[in-house]
Design a protein around this ligand. Structure first.
Ligand SMILES: NC(=O)c1ccc[n+]([C@@H]2O[C@H](COP(=O)([O-])OP(=O)(O)OC[C@H]3O[C@@H](n4cnc5c(N)ncnc54)[C@H](OP(=O)(O)O)[C@@H]3O)[C@@H](O)[C@H]2O)c1
Length: 285
């Protein structure tokens, strides 16, 4: 199997390349950063895909800065949606399929039970809308993996922010009215590879089991690394609405329904995976 991977310098991209290297069946895996393939440039997309003729294009690159998307919708739609159209055109010519990583932000968060893959979408932010637009460019034989609250060893993520706050002093304020499921990249890329190896198509929700608010997550992480949980103070989203351009869904828990009913290995519980990653990052300093 031959894979062309975009966004290879991102937090998911880096660990996906490590995971793919562990599977000899992925014979040739070509990771591309923005320098090697800017997927918003149509000619670059066509050249890269025609040059390699991949079985799968694993599209991990995106404009992920949620508030920046709100400021510049055109740039968000170019990076997250039109680029997928370019990839699709190139994939058609080369006989490739696309694996697109999407987000819990395609939902409005008004539900009170976890979202299944077949539930109606209704994004509330430009980021969510542009990612949903990217999904809509794809074909039935392609694969869409929606994930949430991603945290891994590389790049910047909220877990690393939480750990640096744990090392400092004073009060730490996090919202208690935004609920979701953390997803540790190591688990995500294992399942992503599994879906490719199983030749799956369509939409899959892939997040760690269990859900909680950001406030509860911060308390959990502080507990795991021995920081004072009393420093963590719950606040309402309304209190920081002025500091965040993009609205966030209040409840964006993804039910990994398709994985479960397809009989695939379930994602581990966040209590194990986040704890393991938090302790690892903590001891690395
Ligand atoms: N992070 C989350 O919490 C989260 C949650 C749900 C879903 N997702 C989805 O998961 C996927 C992976 O996210 P991530 O957390 O790994 O994000 P990330 O760390 O921000 O990585 C995204 C990568 O895409 C690259 N990129 C952006 N525009 C590009 C372009 N025009 N051409 C080439 N490369 C470009 C970025 O390069 P530069 O550094 O040069 O910009 C970056 O290396 C994305 O599709 C994201 O939407 C993420």
């Amino acid at each position: 199997m031959r894979l062309l991977v975009t966004g290879a310098g991102g937090q998911v991209g880096k660990e996906f390349l490590e995971e793919a290297a562990a599977h000899p069946i992925f014979g040739e895996v070509v990771g591309t950063t923005r320098q090697e393939l800017d997927f918003t440039e149509r000619s670059q997309v066509f050249d890269a895909v025609a040059g390699l003729g991949p079985d799968w294009i694993v599209h991990l690159g995106a404009m992920t800065a949620v508030d920046a998307c709100e400021d510049d919708p055109d740039r968000a739609y170019l990076a997250n949606a039109l680029s997928v159209r370019y990839l699709k055109q190139a994939a058609r010519r080369a006989g490739s399929r696309i694996c697109y990583v999407s987000t819990d932000y395609v939902f409005d968060g008004k539900a009170s039970s976890p979202y299944r893959e077949w539930d109606p979408t209704s994004p509330v932010s430009v980021y969510g809308k542009s990612k949903l637009a990217g999904e809509s460019e794809l074909e039935a034989h392609d694969l869409i993996v929606r994930t949430s609250w991603v945290m891994g060893r590389y790049g910047r993520n909220t877990l690393k922010t939480i750990l640096s706050l744990a090392r400092a002093e004073g009060e730490v304020r996090f919202v208690a009215d935004q609920v979701g499921s953390p997803t540790v990249v190591e688990d995500l890329v294992k399942t992503l590879a599994g879906l490719l190896l199983e030749d799956m198509s369509g939409v899959f929700h892939v997040s760690n089991q269990g859900h909680l608010s950001w406030y509860e997550l911060v308390r959990f992480v502080f507990g795991e690394v021995g920081a004072d949980q009393g420093r963590v103070v719950p606040i309402d989203s309304a209190e920081i609405a002025g500091t965040r351009k993009a609205p966030r869904p209040a409840f964006s828990v993804l039910d990994n329904c398709a994985l479960r009913i397809a009989g695939m290995a379930p994602m581990p519980d966040y209590r194990d995976s986040v704890a393991k990653l938090a302790r690892r990052l903590w001891s690395a300093g």
